[in-house]
Design a protein around this ligand. Structure first.
Ligand code: 5GP
Ligand code: MN
Length: 324
């Protein structure tokens, strides 16, 4: 796929990604935005629509331009759906549905391609790396600049856990290497957007770890945050990012589940695993999706119903792989 070729003649271009946008989603949107702003005709109308992104990403170029209130708009000539399939872009669906052309760029195994043009590569660690590949295919390395490099690098570190998760390969590292050559302060970027937590975030993390429960012989662990406790700390869903990774770090755990209440008897579920459990498959049974080792879904029922339903599928896999 050639980005500028696909946008040829378009004067109205929209960009969106999944609800509760994470680092890779925000970065892949801003990278497409920055690239098109730079190379499309100056009078083009180009907008990014996302739910309110976390403030730690505010130093990425274009962050201030993100539209978070989904106003009425005339139809777009081209609409980009980033880091997810069309069903997961929330309110932005209204723009995608009426657009003349939808372009879906994603790296989720659960996405079979939901645009008129699709660039879906499940073997690639982040949607931001896909944007890097597309930009370089379009205009060569010269098409990039320091700001675009910093945006793409941010997305890559978030989805690969700073080049540590199993979705990292030689090419991911080489791309990371080429990006840091642009000279932005990458250690600070990693520290401030990935590792640093506010005091509030540390408190809710502590509480979630304290209240976690292991089951199936210590191979699984679950923790849950109720709405009233989120309210007590003043925590939003953005403050809960990263808790599930900490649960997954525990020795002996093959599958970690973190859930938080989003409505009456309704929970957002995040799962992380190692090579023993494919959580994308588990999430898929409940209408969610994601990657083999990081996936999520939304579930209805009590906490115990949800855990019981999830554990049936997890147990099957643990048994199949001889882990229990
Ligand atoms: P997280 O647990 O960090 O929210 O998400 C882990 C991975 O699973 C991400 O790649 C995310 O996009 C995906 N994911 C999380 N929740 C859902 C969901 O409800 N539906 C789908 N299709 N993917 C999800
Ligand atoms: Mn992603």
């Amino acid at each position: 796929m050639k980005l500028l070729h696909e946008c040829k003649g378009a004067t109205r271009i929209g960009i969106s990604g999944h609800i509760r946008p994470d680092g890779d989603c925000i970065s892949s949107c801003l990278a497409i935005y920055g690239y098109l702003k730079k190379y499309m005709p100056k009078n083009s109308y180009i907008k990014v629509y996302l739910e309110k992104p976390a403030a730690v990403f505010s130093e990425l170029k274009g962050f201030e331009d993100i539209v978070t209130d989904f106003p009425e708009e005339e139809s777009f000539d081209v609409f980009f759906i980033m880091d997810c399939s069309i069903e997961r872009i929330g309110e932005a669906q209204k723009y995608a549905q009426t657009a003349k052309k939808r372009i879906n760029i994603d790296h989720h195994i659960s996405n079979s391609g939901t645009g008129d043009v699709n660039y879906v590569k499940p073997q690639v660690g982040s949607a931001s790396e896909l944007v890097y590949d597309l930009i370089v295919t379009d205009g060569g390395e010269e098409a990039l600049d320091k700001e675009l490099a910093k945006i793409i690098y941010t997305g890559m570190i978030h989805d690969t856990g700073v080049f540590q998760y199993s979705n990292t390969n030689q090419k991911t590292m080489e791309t990371g290497g080429k990006l840091v050559a642009y000279g932005f302060d990458f250690p600070r970027l990693i520290e401030e957007t990935f590792y640093q937590r506010t005091y509030l975030q540390t408190q809710v993390l502590g509480r979630a770890l304290m209240e976690s429960i292991r089951f199936m012989n210590g191979t699984c662990i679950v923790s849950c945050m109720e709405k009233k406790h989120m309210d007590f700390y003043g925590a939003t869903s953005q403050d809960l990012d990263g808790i599930v990774n900490q649960l997954r770090n525990i020795k002996g755990v093959h599958c970690a589940i973190f859930m938080y209440e989003i409505g009456n008897l309704e929970y957002k579920v995040s799962m992380r695993s190692d090579e023993i459990v494919n959580v994308a498959e588990v999430a898929g049974y409940f209408g969610g999706g994601g990657h083999m080792r990081a996936a999520g879904c939304t579930m209805q029922g009590t906490f115990h119903d949800c855990v019981n339903n999830l554990s049936k599928h997890i147990e099957e896999q643990l048994l199949q792989n001889g882990a229990i």
